[in-house]
Design a protein around this ligand. Structure first.
Ligand code: GTP
Ligand code: MG
Length: 206
């Protein structure tokens, strides 16, 4: 597993509390309860790493995890790499001021973070793209930031239904001229884990 050996660094309430903005970083974004923290745990193979919960709105910080440095080409120093678990978005019970706060911070993070190499957008495979997902896709498109979508909780659908959901999403991306990529995923059953790990490493190396 190329993402093995991840460790917790810190949880930030504001972007100026994040680790130094150097090396490479991939952010996990998505609506509240979509399965971001579960996907992070599954991909790193470290189960208690990110806190997950049945209650939406669990992650109320930007949580940074360090990965072992990535070896680069001959004569190049290893690259410091991190994964960032972003707070979930769109949960009605989170008080309005807090929602406004995270909207601003996520926006500032996406615009300002120089080490950000790409976004892994976590979407529940049973639900079509919601407003937050669309915003994130549009942002990535506008700023030429790669976005890889994990259609997660695929264990809730049959294989056939999952394949159809993936095909529909790719068709939609093509129709809208979006460069985002997508795959089927399940943290519960491990579906698509190898493909997703490769996608994350490719983003970190970008
Ligand atoms: P917030 O931090 O609240 O934004 O949520 P999150 O996106 O980090 O979601 P989290 O990983 O905490 O998962 C939310 C719920 O979905 C938990 O009850 C998980 O067990 C469940 N869940 C996550 N991934 C899967 C999956 O692949 N399959 C199934 N069946 N359940 C999942
Ligand atoms: Mg979470």
């Amino acid at each position: 597993n190329p993402l093995q050996g991840a460790s917790f660094v810190l949880a930030a309430h504001r972007i100026d509390q994040l680790p130094a903005d150097s090396g490479g970083e991939v952010a996990f974004a998505g609506r509240s309860n979509a399965g971001k923290s579960s996907a992070l745990n599954k991909l790193t193979g470290h189960h208690g790493l990110a806190r997950t919960s049945k209650t939406p709105g669990r992650t109320q910080q930007m949580v940074a995890f360090a990965l072992p440095p990535l070896a680069q080409g001959e004569g190049m120093p290893p690259l410091d790499v991190r994964l960032i678990d972003l707070p979930g978005y769109g949960y009605a019970k989170v008080p309005e001021p807090l929602r406004e706060h995270w909207k601003r911070e996520i926006d500032a993070y996406l615009h300002q973070r120089r080490s950000l190499r790409g976004v892994v957008l976590i979407v529940d495979i049973r639900h079509p793209l919601k407003e937050f997902d669309r915003m994130m896709l549009a942002f990535c498109q506008d700023t030429a930031l790669p976005c890889h979508v994990l259609l997660t909780k695929a264990d809730k659908l049959s294989r056939n239904q999952s394949a159809q959901a993936l095909a529909a999403m790719r068709k939609q991306f093509a129709a809208e001229g979006l460069l985002a990529t997508a795959q089927v995923f399940s943290s519960a059953e491990g579906t698509g884990v190898d493909e997703a790990r490769e996608a994350v490493v490719a983003l970190l190396r970008r």
